[in-house]
Design a protein around this ligand. Structure first.
Ligand code: 1GP
Length: 230
């Protein structure tokens, strides 16, 4: 069983992006709590299984965030299934989840799966475009979505997704203030240790993605700055 509720810091690697062996080793051996494999575009079975095989040389827990049914690969330690709460197109109907269950429903080990209640904030992000996300306009929108995930749907995880843009810490604080049981992930635009630490004040776990590919040294510094918080 993966104890994701104890994680403070996670790296997210995108199967569609290139990372050399040395950088991958530094990420996996950085002291981060886990590595999530996930992306929005061009995530396939082949590029996902390739990345899993490379990460498996290290002992870090490795989790698949399922982006599409074709890219479901067995052999990960755990699976996160995003459910976009502010989707505005067919993603709001859970059509893709139902199609996935038609193919894999009888095979899934449910003790290895958790659903993430995604709230998408960055309108420029690929995931916002893909899901036609209705971006929260004010703090009341934000709190309502957090309560939808936490209290109405009782999802185990709320994921504040700013992918590609650094978010507003006061909105993360607002989500924190209404959550009663869910574990809170924050991801988006973290470029250095101080930003990671700022979001870690309110989020249970901060997720660091793009900066891995842009500035590996800064990416690595986020681990210590989050882990050294009391
Ligand atoms: C993306 O939340 C993660 O799904 C991390 O975002 O890539 O902007 O760090 P960044």
């Amino acid at each position: 069983m993966i104890e994701y509720k104890e994680w403070r810091h996670v790296f997210k690697l995108d199967p569609d992006k290139n990372i050399n062996d040395e950088d991958l080793e530094r990420i996996c051996e950085s002291g981060t709590d886990a590595v999530i494999v996930g992306g929005t575009l061009r995530v396939s079975f082949d590029n996902t299984i390739d990345l899993l095989a490379r990460i498996r040389r290290f002992s870090v827990p490795c989790i698949l965030e399922v982006s599409n049914v074709e890219a479901v690969v067995p052999g990960f330690d755990f699976y996160f299934v995003p459910l976009v709460l502010n989707a505005g197109n067919e993603y709001a109907t859970l059509h893709h989840h139902t199609e996935g269950l038609k193919q894999y429903g009888s095979l899934v080990k449910w003790s290895e799966v958790a659903v993430e209640g995604y709230i998408i904030f960055n309108p420029q992000s690929e995931v916002a475009k893909l899901t036609g996300a209705k971006i929260p306009k004010d703090v009341e929108d934000v709190k309502a979505l957090a309560r939808l995930a936490d209290q109405m749907l009782k999802l185990p995880i709320v994921y504040i997704e700013y992918s590609g843009a650094y978010g507003d810490p006061s909105w993360v604080q607002s989500v924190r203030s209404v959550i009663e049981q869910a574990h809170l992930f924050y991801g988006g635009g973290i470029k250095d240790g101080s930003q990671a630490a700022e979001m870690a004040k309110w989020a249970d776990t901060v997720i660091v993605g793009n900066i891995i590919y842009e500035d590996i040294e800064q990416a690595l510094k986020t681990v210590h700055s989050v882990k050294s918080l009391t």
